[in-house]
Ligand binder design. Structure first.
Ligand SMILES: Nc1ncnc2c1ncn2[C@@H]1O[C@H](COP(=O)(O)OP(=O)(O)OP(=O)(O)O)[C@@H](O)[C@H]1O
Length: 755
């Protein structure tokens, strides 16, 4: 007989799955006021007949709204006879309609525009506030260092030319006055593509910096910055790096909001018809007689083929819902190739530069040179895709060689100018005029080359806000494909969507949404993505779910599948039984121990490993747990697993810093990151450090199931959860997670590891 506890668990699981999994629901449309109104019965004991198209998530919203109003609410029946019965304290049916129905009515375009403006302002203010902290005073500077926005005590270890003519500056730790080689950098939150300023360590935080540019590469011991201009100041001094707020992005988002809010501006946008569908005014349409197609990638699985087929027939919008490792990008690439073969011009976008480069790399391998073009600052591009960059393509173009002729003439004219005496007024004036005319002609020819390259391209790949850059802004497309759509602000997604009448969004709303700095903006809806909203609005009517995953051992996958994806995932046979034992160099006999099986729980309960608050910051850390996580990593390395194949991930940035500080030389190559920073990545072995351990059972943002979903599903062969089971067991979702690890893997006490 199942125990009460396990019955409760099973029930809770079912409810969670029903709340989250809507893909299998019958084709759902927006809940329309008329449909619901007409079925409202008598007051006092109201029965609302819900249309079959109402998704489980929408039903959950109705229940939440009723709860908030203090009404009792029961739902009975199923499919098209599902009734919501509301009782107690009702004055009239009209009151119920007014109170309840808006909760499930789709947001309108006007509402979206009105709500988003202030939220963007809040977010920008929060980011600028963080950047300003650094310039306020010494304490502010220290706080900014604590937040990782300022990296102190660096020195320039080299300047080199690269990246299509830019200067690359390498900055390393100046600890010990530069006498010690390869020191790890202090903890920071700088990553490639951030805008930065280089300042002398002792100088003010305002006024002209030594240099400014874009972070090009970040390693444990070096940050490389692509400078805007070659520095003329003395670089032989200790320096610090400041991360700047990126105003350009906000301006672009605001411009998009303005277009969406002005009927006259919107009507000129090719994507205008999409607004009706995506704000629930019109149902999405699909071609009834799809054209046959032959996959370029013959290894696509059935769910990928179905998703591509559906997207090819979408006349407005389709979603590709790709749980971890299910080949979302593989499907996006196939769809793009099919569309190009049909003559479409495609805009392929993603929220992050890394994801865009991934698309460029895969599409570039399939399409002839020049057909895939990637605009954007070369420092933001992966070296492997530089050949597809707009700058490189422009340099190859014919009009560019004409522009280069102008440049040579300008140089020659300038040289003549220098040789002229002071008194040769007339000749000097004439030469200056010649230089101006030549510069104008050079710009015209360069613009022409840019236009030529972009009009010849069949696929333009850019970041969401990159599509508003000067060169790309005037272009229009037949289709926009958005990868990582569940990690993008809705307004950023619209920047791209307005450029074509059809859109396909690929993502997974059950993994982490975009990072929002302002808690207020996040809680008021800025973190809600278009992907999630459309999934909720139309469910299976527009969404195709990919169901075969190619990353994890079946036991690692099974928890996420049951907990979040309605049990629909299967592990491809090539990965279903992958284990550490199969890795070259690993001792198979030792690795046969259950400690190194697909899942393991390392429990700190009873080990006196309480969490602590970060000094000068608001993050959390746990010394004992860090020690246990590193000890387990050392055991894996001793087994023969290369350190580079192991990742320790944790929700808290202070724990990341602590782990990096404590990481011994023997674990060089081991990656330590936040869960959020590791989304999209994978490792053979992953160790999760949960950090929270307190008598009150507070779990903070561990309770976000999407974060734990990302954490667990990064692992291919082995995942170890290091946590205090007592703290986590106070929270239903985390209790089920701990229970799963306990039931399906080895159980170790942290004390065993750090004796
Ligand atoms: N049909 C397939 N057959 C074999 N391998 C596949 C197939 N589809 C995807 N893969 C492999 O699965 C891995 C993940 O694919 P891809 O990068 O397309 O997934 P994703 O869903 O975008 O990933 P993520 O979960 O990181 O967002 C890749 O190594 C890819 O080669």
């Amino acid at each position: 007989m199942p125990s009460d506890a396990s019955k409760k668990k099973a029930q809770a699981k079912k409810e969670a799955a029903a709340r989250r999994h809507t893909t299998g629901a019958s084709p759902a449309g927006p809940v329309q006021r008329k449909e619901v109104e007409s079925t409202v019965a008598a007051p006092q004991a109201l029965k609302v007949l819900l249309p079959a198209c109402v998704t489980p998530k929408q039903r959950a919203t109705l229940h939440e709204a009723a709860e908030a109003l203090g009404l009792s609410h029961t739902s009975l029946g199923d499919q098209d006879s599902r009734r919501l019965t509301l009782a107690r304290g009702l004055e009239s049916a009209a009151e119920v309609q007014e109170a309840i129905i808006p909760a499930c009515r789709p947001v309108t375009l006007d509402q979206f525009v009105q709500q988003t403006g202030p939220l963007l302002e809040l977010e920008q203010a929060a980011e600028v506030g963080q950047a300003r902290e650094a310039v306020a005073d010494a304490q502010g500077l220290q706080h900014a260092q604590g937040r990782g926005r300022v990296v102190p005590n660096l020195r320039c270890s080299g300047l080199e030319a690269g990246l299509l003519g830019r200067t690359l500056m390498s900055l390393v730790s100046n600890k010990g006055g530069g006498t010690v080689a390869a020191q790890p950098l202090p903890p920071h939150k700088l990553s490639p593509h951030d805008l930065v300023e280089v300042r002398p360590s002792k100088g003010p935080s305002e006024g002209a910096p030594l240099a400014s540019g874009v972070v090009y590469r970040v390693r444990d011991d070096v940050i490389v910055v692509a400078l805007d201009e070659s520095p003329d100041a003395d670089l032989d001094v200790p320096m610090r790096l400041h991360k700047l707020a990126n105003e350009v992005t906000y301006n672009r988002l605001k411009a998009t909001l303005q277009t969406l809010g002005q009927a006259s501006a919107l009507q000129d946008a090719p994507g205008a018809p999409l607004t009706d569908v995506l704000f629930g005014v019109r149902q999405p349409r699909f071609l009834e007689n799809p054209r046959p197609w032959k996959a370029v990638n013959t290894g696509l699985d059935a769910s990928q083929c179905a998703a591509v087929s559906r997207a090819l027939t979408a006349q407005d919008v389709a979603l590709i819902h790709g749980p971890p490792g299910t080949g979302k990008t593989t499907a996006v690439v196939e769809l793009t190739l099919q569309e190009v073969a049909r003559g479409s011009k495609v805009l392929a976008v993603a929220a992050s530069n890394i994801a865009v480069d991934n698309l460029v790399e895969r599409l570039g391998a399939q399409l002839p040179r020049g057909q895939v073009v990637r605009p954007g600052h070369p420092a933001r591009l992966h070296p492997s895709v530089l050949a597809h960059s707009l700058e490189a393509a422009v340099m190859r173009a014919d009009s560019s060689s004409l522009a280069r002729d102008c440049r040579a003439d300008i140089k020659a004219a300038n040289a003549r100018l220098l040789k002229l005496g002071r008194k040769d007024f007339a000749e000097r004036r004439a030469l200056r005029a010649e230089v101006r005319a030549l510069a104008k002609e050079e710009r015209r020819r360069q613009q022409h080359a840019v236009g030529e390259v972009l009009s010849r391209a069949r696929v333009v790949c850019a970041t969401l806000t990159g599509v508003l850059a000067r060169d790309v802004a005037p272009l229009t497309f037949d289709l926009v494909v958005v990868d990582e759509a569940a990690q993008a602000l809705e307004i950023a997604t619209w920047a791209a969507l307005l450029k074509a009448p059809r859109a396909v969004l690929a993502g997974d709303h059950l993994q982490l949404p975009p990072t929002i700095i302002s808690d207020q903006a996040a809680s008021q809806g800025l973190a809600r993505t278009l992907f999630e909203r459309v999934h909720q609005l139309f469910g299976g009517a527009v969404a195709s779910m990919l169901t075969v995953q190619y990353r994890m051992h079946a036991s690692i996958m099974a928890w996420a599948s049951e907990e979040l994806y309605g049990g629909l995932l299967t592990a491809h046979p090539s990965v279903a039984a992958r284990s550490l034992q199969d890795l070259p160099g690993v001792d198979p006999a030792a690795a046969a121990s259950p400690d190194y099986g697909p899942v393991a729980l390392i429990d700190t309960a009873g080990c006196d490993m309480e969490e602590a608050g970060q000094e000068g910051g608001d993050s959390r850390l746990n010394e004992g747990e860090a020690q246990a996580a590193l000890a387990h990593a050392a055991r894996l390395v001793a087994l023969g697993v290369p350190a580079a194949d192991i990742g320790i991930i944790t929700p808290y940035s202070a724990q990341v810093s602590l782990l990096r500080e404590r990481c011994p030389d023997g674990l060089k190559g081991l990656e330590i990151a936040t869960v959020d920073g590791f989304q999209g990545r994978e490792k053979a072995a992953v160790i999760i450090s949960a950090v929270r351990c307190n008598p009150k059972g507070e779990v903070g943002f561990l309770s976000d199931d999407r974060r734990m979903n990302v954490a667990v599903t990064r692992a291919q062969r082995h995942v170890a959860l290091v946590c205090d089971s007592e703290t986590l067991n106070r929270h239903g979702f985390l209790q089920r997670l701990v229970g799963y690890f306990e039931q399906h893997g080895a159980y170790l006490s942290a004390a065993e590891l750090i004796q």
